[in-house]
Design a protein around this ligand. Sequence first.
Ligand SMILES: C[S@@+](CC[C@H](N)C(=O)[O-])C[C@H]1O[C@@H](n2cnc3c(N)ncnc32)[C@H](O)[C@@H]1O
Length: 352
Amino acid sequence: MRSFVKKKAPKVSAKARRDAVLRRITWRTKSTGNITFPAIPGLVDHYVEVLENLFAAMGRPFGKGAAASCRAMLAEKIEWAFERSHNASVSVDWKTDQGSATSLTYTVMGLAKTIEEAYAEWVKLRTPPLFGKHADARVMDLAATLGPPGEVTVLDAGAGDGRNSLPLARAGYVVDALELAPVLVEKLEAAARETGADVRSVCGSFYDRGLTLPRERYHLVVLAEVCSHWRGPRDLRNTLLRLSELVEPGGLGLFNVFLAHPGFKPNAVERDFSQIAWCPIYSRQDVAEACEGLPLSLIADESAADYEKAHAPKDGWPPTGWYVRWTSGSEVLDLPADQSQFELRWLTFRRA
Ligand SMILES: C[S@@+](CC[C@H](N)C(=O)[O-])C[C@H]1O[C@@H](n2cnc3c(N)ncnc32)[C@H](O)[C@@H]1O
Protein backbone atom coordinates (compact mmCIF):
# COMPACT_ATOMS: atom_id res chain seq x y z
CA MET A 1 0.00 0.00 0.00
CA ARG A 2 1.38 3.48 -0.99
CA SER A 3 1.43 6.02 1.76
CA PHE A 4 0.49 9.67 1.17
CA VAL A 5 2.29 12.35 3.12
CA LYS A 6 -0.20 15.00 3.95
CA LYS A 7 1.53 18.41 3.83
CA LYS A 8 0.39 20.60 6.65
CA ALA A 9 -0.34 24.24 5.93
CA PRO A 10 2.20 26.47 7.61
CA LYS A 11 0.65 28.74 10.17
CA VAL A 12 -0.17 32.11 8.58
CA SER A 13 -2.11 34.72 10.54
CA ALA A 14 -5.44 36.01 9.28
CA LYS A 15 -3.87 39.45 8.90
CA ALA A 16 -1.01 38.11 6.76
CA ARG A 17 -3.50 36.21 4.59
CA ARG A 18 -5.66 39.29 4.15
CA ASP A 19 -2.59 41.35 3.14
CA ALA A 20 -1.68 38.62 0.67
CA VAL A 21 -5.13 38.82 -0.89
CA LEU A 22 -4.98 42.60 -1.08
CA ARG A 23 -1.64 42.47 -2.89
CA ARG A 24 -3.30 40.43 -5.61
CA ILE A 25 -6.35 42.69 -5.61
CA THR A 26 -4.09 45.70 -6.18
CA TRP A 27 -2.49 43.77 -9.02
CA ARG A 28 -5.92 43.36 -10.65
CA THR A 29 -7.22 46.83 -9.84
CA LYS A 30 -7.36 49.19 -12.78
CA SER A 31 -7.45 52.92 -12.45
CA THR A 32 -7.34 55.85 -14.83
CA GLY A 33 -7.87 59.42 -13.92
CA ASN A 34 -7.07 63.06 -14.07
CA ILE A 35 -6.31 65.75 -11.56
CA THR A 36 -6.00 69.37 -12.61
CA PHE A 37 -4.38 71.95 -10.36
CA PRO A 38 -4.31 75.74 -10.71
CA ALA A 39 -0.85 76.57 -12.08
CA ILE A 40 0.75 78.28 -9.11
CA PRO A 41 4.55 78.06 -9.11
CA GLY A 42 4.88 78.27 -5.32
CA LEU A 43 2.60 75.25 -4.78
CA VAL A 44 4.64 72.65 -6.68
CA ASP A 45 5.71 70.82 -3.51
CA HIS A 46 2.13 70.70 -2.27
CA TYR A 47 0.97 69.23 -5.59
CA VAL A 48 3.72 66.58 -5.52
CA GLU A 49 2.53 65.59 -2.03
CA VAL A 50 -1.08 65.34 -3.24
CA LEU A 51 0.00 63.10 -6.14
CA GLU A 52 2.21 61.01 -3.86
CA ASN A 53 -0.75 60.36 -1.54
CA LEU A 54 -3.13 59.73 -4.41
CA PHE A 55 -0.89 57.19 -6.11
CA ALA A 56 -0.01 55.53 -2.79
CA ALA A 57 -3.73 55.12 -2.04
CA MET A 58 -3.96 53.08 -5.26
CA GLY A 59 -1.07 50.90 -4.09
CA ARG A 60 1.38 52.64 -6.41
CA PRO A 61 3.69 54.65 -4.15
CA PHE A 62 6.50 56.71 -5.65
CA GLY A 63 9.71 54.72 -5.98
CA LYS A 64 13.19 56.08 -5.35
CA GLY A 65 13.71 59.41 -7.13
CA ALA A 66 10.14 59.50 -8.47
CA ALA A 67 9.04 62.43 -6.31
CA ALA A 68 11.96 64.52 -7.57
CA SER A 69 11.26 63.79 -11.24
CA CYS A 70 7.53 64.45 -10.72
CA ARG A 71 8.43 67.77 -9.12
CA ALA A 72 10.67 68.75 -12.04
CA MET A 73 7.95 67.91 -14.57
CA LEU A 74 5.23 69.79 -12.68
CA ALA A 75 7.45 72.83 -12.08
CA GLU A 76 8.28 73.15 -15.78
CA LYS A 77 4.66 72.88 -16.96
CA ILE A 78 3.32 75.17 -14.23
CA GLU A 79 5.84 77.85 -15.04
CA TRP A 80 5.06 77.54 -18.75
CA ALA A 81 1.32 77.94 -18.19
CA PHE A 82 1.54 80.68 -15.55
CA GLU A 83 3.77 82.83 -17.75
CA ARG A 84 1.33 82.62 -20.64
CA SER A 85 -2.01 83.12 -18.96
CA HIS A 86 -3.89 83.68 -15.75
CA ASN A 87 -6.28 80.99 -17.01
CA ALA A 88 -3.51 78.54 -16.27
CA SER A 89 -3.60 75.02 -14.91
CA VAL A 90 -1.59 71.84 -14.88
CA SER A 91 -3.27 68.60 -15.72
CA VAL A 92 -2.05 65.14 -14.66
CA ASP A 93 -3.46 62.01 -16.37
CA TRP A 94 -2.66 58.62 -14.91
CA LYS A 95 -3.25 54.99 -15.77
CA THR A 96 -2.27 51.93 -13.78
CA ASP A 97 0.08 49.64 -15.69
CA GLN A 98 -1.31 46.29 -16.83
CA GLY A 99 0.00 43.27 -14.96
CA SER A 100 1.78 45.20 -12.25
CA ALA A 101 0.75 45.76 -8.66
CA THR A 102 3.16 48.60 -8.14
CA SER A 103 3.42 50.90 -11.10
CA LEU A 104 1.39 53.44 -12.98
CA THR A 105 2.11 55.78 -15.83
CA TYR A 106 1.28 59.46 -15.71
CA THR A 107 1.65 62.44 -18.01
CA VAL A 108 1.73 66.12 -17.10
CA MET A 109 0.39 68.89 -19.30
CA GLY A 110 0.34 72.65 -18.85
CA LEU A 111 -2.87 74.42 -19.98
CA ALA A 112 -3.07 78.14 -20.71
CA LYS A 113 -6.30 79.57 -22.10
CA THR A 114 -6.70 83.03 -23.56
CA ILE A 115 -9.35 85.38 -22.17
CA GLU A 116 -11.43 84.82 -25.31
CA GLU A 117 -11.26 81.02 -24.87
CA ALA A 118 -12.12 81.28 -21.18
CA TYR A 119 -15.28 83.30 -21.95
CA ALA A 120 -16.28 81.04 -24.82
CA GLU A 121 -16.39 78.25 -22.19
CA TRP A 122 -17.89 80.49 -19.49
CA VAL A 123 -20.96 81.31 -21.58
CA LYS A 124 -21.59 77.61 -22.22
CA LEU A 125 -21.36 76.67 -18.54
CA ARG A 126 -23.15 79.57 -16.86
CA THR A 127 -26.73 80.65 -16.74
CA PRO A 128 -27.31 84.34 -17.54
CA PRO A 129 -27.19 87.00 -16.28
CA LEU A 130 -23.43 86.39 -16.46
CA PHE A 131 -22.26 89.39 -14.44
CA GLY A 132 -25.46 90.55 -12.76
CA LYS A 133 -28.97 91.63 -13.59
CA HIS A 134 -28.42 95.39 -13.29
CA ALA A 135 -25.81 97.98 -14.19
CA ASP A 136 -23.30 98.92 -11.49
CA ALA A 137 -24.82 101.62 -9.31
CA ARG A 138 -21.42 103.36 -9.18
CA VAL A 139 -21.30 103.59 -12.97
CA MET A 140 -24.83 105.00 -13.29
CA ASP A 141 -24.34 107.44 -10.40
CA LEU A 142 -21.05 108.77 -11.76
CA ALA A 143 -22.43 109.20 -15.28
CA ALA A 144 -25.33 111.18 -13.79
CA THR A 145 -22.89 113.79 -12.44
CA LEU A 146 -21.62 114.61 -15.92
CA GLY A 147 -24.58 116.45 -17.38
CA PRO A 148 -27.60 115.68 -19.58
CA PRO A 149 -27.17 112.08 -20.85
CA GLY A 150 -27.45 113.05 -24.51
CA GLU A 151 -24.33 115.22 -24.14
CA VAL A 152 -22.22 112.67 -22.26
CA THR A 153 -20.02 110.21 -24.15
CA VAL A 154 -19.12 106.97 -22.37
CA LEU A 155 -16.67 104.25 -23.30
CA ASP A 156 -17.52 100.98 -21.55
CA ALA A 157 -14.29 99.03 -21.96
CA GLY A 158 -14.41 95.31 -21.29
CA ALA A 159 -18.16 95.66 -21.68
CA GLY A 160 -18.92 91.94 -21.44
CA ASP A 161 -22.49 91.23 -22.48
CA GLY A 162 -23.46 94.87 -21.98
CA ARG A 163 -24.52 94.89 -18.33
CA ASN A 164 -23.49 98.56 -18.06
CA SER A 165 -23.50 99.67 -21.73
CA LEU A 166 -27.13 98.78 -22.39
CA PRO A 167 -28.72 100.57 -19.39
CA LEU A 168 -26.46 103.58 -20.02
CA ALA A 169 -27.62 103.74 -23.65
CA ARG A 170 -31.24 103.26 -22.64
CA ALA A 171 -30.82 106.18 -20.24
CA GLY A 172 -29.75 108.32 -23.20
CA TYR A 173 -25.94 108.37 -22.85
CA VAL A 174 -23.83 108.17 -25.99
CA VAL A 175 -22.21 104.78 -25.48
CA ASP A 176 -19.40 102.88 -27.15
CA ALA A 177 -18.84 99.35 -25.92
CA LEU A 178 -15.42 97.80 -26.38
CA GLU A 179 -15.05 94.09 -25.69
CA LEU A 180 -12.28 91.60 -26.31
CA ALA A 181 -14.22 88.32 -26.38
CA PRO A 182 -16.19 87.82 -29.65
CA VAL A 183 -18.73 85.58 -27.92
CA LEU A 184 -19.64 88.43 -25.54
CA VAL A 185 -19.75 91.05 -28.32
CA GLU A 186 -22.31 88.83 -30.06
CA LYS A 187 -24.41 88.66 -26.90
CA LEU A 188 -24.17 92.41 -26.36
CA GLU A 189 -25.18 93.16 -29.95
CA ALA A 190 -28.10 90.73 -29.81
CA ALA A 191 -29.34 92.29 -26.55
CA ALA A 192 -28.96 95.80 -28.02
CA ARG A 193 -31.03 94.79 -31.05
CA GLU A 194 -33.67 93.17 -28.85
CA THR A 195 -34.05 96.12 -26.50
CA GLY A 196 -33.47 98.87 -29.05
CA ALA A 197 -30.46 100.22 -27.14
CA ASP A 198 -28.26 102.45 -29.28
CA VAL A 199 -24.76 101.15 -28.50
CA ARG A 200 -21.80 101.15 -30.87
CA SER A 201 -19.83 97.99 -30.25
CA VAL A 202 -16.20 97.29 -31.08
CA CYS A 203 -14.45 93.94 -30.72
CA GLY A 204 -10.84 94.37 -29.62
CA SER A 205 -8.49 95.18 -26.80
CA PHE A 206 -8.54 98.32 -24.70
CA TYR A 207 -4.73 98.33 -24.88
CA ASP A 208 -4.55 98.20 -28.67
CA ARG A 209 -3.64 101.69 -29.84
CA GLY A 210 -4.15 100.59 -33.46
CA LEU A 211 -7.85 100.03 -32.81
CA THR A 212 -10.16 102.69 -34.18
CA LEU A 213 -12.76 103.69 -31.63
CA PRO A 214 -15.89 105.59 -32.69
CA ARG A 215 -14.68 108.64 -30.73
CA GLU A 216 -11.22 109.87 -29.80
CA ARG A 217 -12.07 111.10 -26.33
CA TYR A 218 -14.81 110.40 -23.79
CA HIS A 219 -16.38 112.19 -20.86
CA LEU A 220 -16.31 108.90 -18.99
CA VAL A 221 -14.31 105.72 -19.51
CA VAL A 222 -15.41 102.73 -17.42
CA LEU A 223 -13.69 99.39 -16.85
CA ALA A 224 -16.00 97.39 -14.61
CA GLU A 225 -14.57 94.09 -13.31
CA VAL A 226 -11.97 94.10 -16.09
CA CYS A 227 -9.21 93.95 -13.47
CA SER A 228 -10.02 90.21 -13.22
CA HIS A 229 -7.71 89.82 -16.18
CA TRP A 230 -4.74 91.92 -15.07
CA ARG A 231 -1.50 90.25 -14.14
CA GLY A 232 0.60 92.80 -12.26
CA PRO A 233 1.77 96.43 -12.03
CA ARG A 234 2.38 96.66 -15.77
CA ASP A 235 -1.31 96.08 -16.57
CA LEU A 236 -2.33 98.69 -14.01
CA ARG A 237 0.08 101.20 -15.54
CA ASN A 238 -1.14 100.43 -19.09
CA THR A 239 -4.75 100.86 -17.97
CA LEU A 240 -4.08 104.28 -16.48
CA LEU A 241 -1.99 105.29 -19.49
CA ARG A 242 -4.80 104.32 -21.87
CA LEU A 243 -7.39 106.03 -19.64
CA SER A 244 -5.38 109.25 -19.78
CA GLU A 245 -5.35 109.00 -23.59
CA LEU A 246 -9.07 108.29 -23.98
CA VAL A 247 -10.66 110.52 -21.34
CA GLU A 248 -11.14 114.11 -22.42
CA PRO A 249 -9.62 116.87 -20.26
CA GLY A 250 -11.77 117.28 -17.16
CA GLY A 251 -13.44 113.90 -17.80
CA LEU A 252 -13.51 110.84 -15.57
CA GLY A 253 -12.06 107.36 -15.57
CA LEU A 254 -13.64 104.68 -13.39
CA PHE A 255 -12.49 101.14 -12.73
CA ASN A 256 -12.55 98.64 -9.93
CA VAL A 257 -9.46 96.87 -8.67
CA PHE A 258 -8.50 94.62 -5.77
CA LEU A 259 -6.57 96.57 -3.14
CA ALA A 260 -4.83 95.12 -0.10
CA HIS A 261 -6.12 96.45 3.20
CA PRO A 262 -3.40 98.47 4.95
CA GLY A 263 -0.94 96.10 6.63
CA PHE A 264 -1.53 93.13 4.27
CA LYS A 265 1.37 92.23 2.01
CA PRO A 266 0.54 89.14 -0.06
CA ASN A 267 3.26 86.51 -0.32
CA ALA A 268 4.17 84.96 -3.68
CA VAL A 269 1.59 82.15 -3.48
CA GLU A 270 -1.21 84.55 -2.49
CA ARG A 271 -0.21 87.01 -5.21
CA ASP A 272 0.03 84.36 -7.95
CA PHE A 273 -3.16 82.61 -6.85
CA SER A 274 -5.01 85.96 -6.85
CA GLN A 275 -4.22 86.27 -10.57
CA ILE A 276 -5.36 82.71 -11.32
CA ALA A 277 -8.53 83.31 -9.26
CA TRP A 278 -9.31 86.48 -11.28
CA CYS A 279 -8.80 88.89 -8.40
CA PRO A 280 -5.20 90.14 -8.70
CA ILE A 281 -4.09 92.01 -5.59
CA TYR A 282 -2.56 95.48 -5.80
CA SER A 283 -1.46 97.94 -3.15
CA ARG A 284 -2.24 101.63 -2.97
CA GLN A 285 1.47 102.17 -3.56
CA ASP A 286 1.09 100.25 -6.88
CA VAL A 287 -1.73 102.62 -7.86
CA ALA A 288 0.31 105.70 -6.95
CA GLU A 289 3.31 104.42 -8.94
CA ALA A 290 1.13 103.53 -11.95
CA CYS A 291 -0.21 107.11 -12.00
CA GLU A 292 3.23 108.73 -12.00
CA GLY A 293 3.64 111.34 -14.71
CA LEU A 294 0.05 110.92 -15.99
CA PRO A 295 -2.50 113.76 -16.02
CA LEU A 296 -4.81 111.83 -13.69
CA SER A 297 -5.76 112.41 -10.09
CA LEU A 298 -7.52 109.90 -7.89
CA ILE A 299 -10.69 111.54 -6.60
CA ALA A 300 -12.51 108.61 -4.97
CA ASP A 301 -11.61 105.21 -3.50
CA GLU A 302 -14.65 103.24 -2.33
CA SER A 303 -15.48 99.65 -1.40
CA ALA A 304 -17.26 98.18 -4.44
CA ALA A 305 -19.40 95.76 -2.41
CA ASP A 306 -20.42 98.39 0.15
CA TYR A 307 -21.31 100.87 -2.58
CA GLU A 308 -23.26 98.41 -4.68
CA LYS A 309 -25.05 96.91 -1.68
CA ALA A 310 -26.14 100.36 -0.51
CA HIS A 311 -27.30 101.53 -3.95
CA ALA A 312 -28.41 98.39 -5.81
CA PRO A 313 -32.10 97.90 -6.66
CA LYS A 314 -33.86 95.54 -4.23
CA ASP A 315 -33.71 92.58 -6.63
CA GLY A 316 -30.11 93.36 -7.58
CA TRP A 317 -28.23 92.34 -4.46
CA PRO A 318 -26.04 90.37 -4.59
CA PRO A 319 -25.47 90.80 -8.34
CA THR A 320 -24.31 87.18 -8.76
CA GLY A 321 -23.80 84.12 -6.59
CA TRP A 322 -20.05 84.76 -6.54
CA TYR A 323 -19.94 88.56 -6.16
CA VAL A 324 -19.61 88.79 -2.35
CA ARG A 325 -17.03 85.98 -2.17
CA TRP A 326 -15.08 87.46 -5.06
CA THR A 327 -15.13 91.11 -3.97
CA SER A 328 -14.07 90.25 -0.40
CA GLY A 329 -11.00 88.31 -1.55
CA SER A 330 -12.24 85.03 -0.15
CA GLU A 331 -11.81 83.31 -3.55
CA VAL A 332 -8.13 83.36 -2.56
CA LEU A 333 -8.12 83.49 1.24
CA ASP A 334 -11.08 81.46 2.47
CA LEU A 335 -11.50 83.49 5.66
CA PRO A 336 -14.55 84.85 7.50
CA ALA A 337 -15.73 88.27 6.27
CA ASP A 338 -14.28 90.12 9.28
CA GLN A 339 -10.81 88.73 8.43
CA SER A 340 -10.77 89.87 4.81
CA GLN A 341 -7.28 90.97 3.72
CA PHE A 342 -8.17 92.72 0.46
CA GLU A 343 -11.24 93.80 -1.43
CA LEU A 344 -12.54 95.18 -4.70
CA ARG A 345 -12.56 98.99 -4.72
CA TRP A 346 -14.04 101.52 -7.10
CA LEU A 347 -11.36 104.06 -8.06
CA THR A 348 -12.40 107.27 -9.79
CA PHE A 349 -9.85 109.45 -11.60
CA ARG A 350 -10.19 112.91 -13.07
CA ARG A 351 -8.12 113.85 -16.10
CA ALA A 352 -6.41 117.25 -15.86
C1 LIG B 1 -15.73 90.13 -15.57
S1 LIG B 1 -16.11 90.68 -17.17
C2 LIG B 1 -17.05 92.14 -16.82
C3 LIG B 1 -17.92 92.57 -17.95
C4 LIG B 1 -18.65 93.91 -17.74
N1 LIG B 1 -17.72 95.00 -17.64
C5 LIG B 1 -19.50 93.84 -16.50
O1 LIG B 1 -19.07 94.40 -15.47
O2 LIG B 1 -20.58 93.25 -16.56
C6 LIG B 1 -14.59 91.34 -17.76
C7 LIG B 1 -14.64 91.64 -19.23
O3 LIG B 1 -13.47 92.33 -19.64
C8 LIG B 1 -13.12 91.87 -20.94
N2 LIG B 1 -11.71 92.20 -21.20
C9 LIG B 1 -10.63 91.71 -20.58
N3 LIG B 1 -9.52 92.25 -21.09
C10 LIG B 1 -9.90 93.11 -22.04
C11 LIG B 1 -9.20 93.97 -22.93
N4 LIG B 1 -7.87 94.03 -22.94
N5 LIG B 1 -9.92 94.74 -23.78
C12 LIG B 1 -11.27 94.67 -23.82
N6 LIG B 1 -11.98 93.85 -23.00
C13 LIG B 1 -11.31 93.09 -22.12
C14 LIG B 1 -13.41 90.40 -20.86
O4 LIG B 1 -13.47 89.78 -22.13
C15 LIG B 1 -14.73 90.41 -20.09
O5 LIG B 1 -15.82 90.53 -20.93
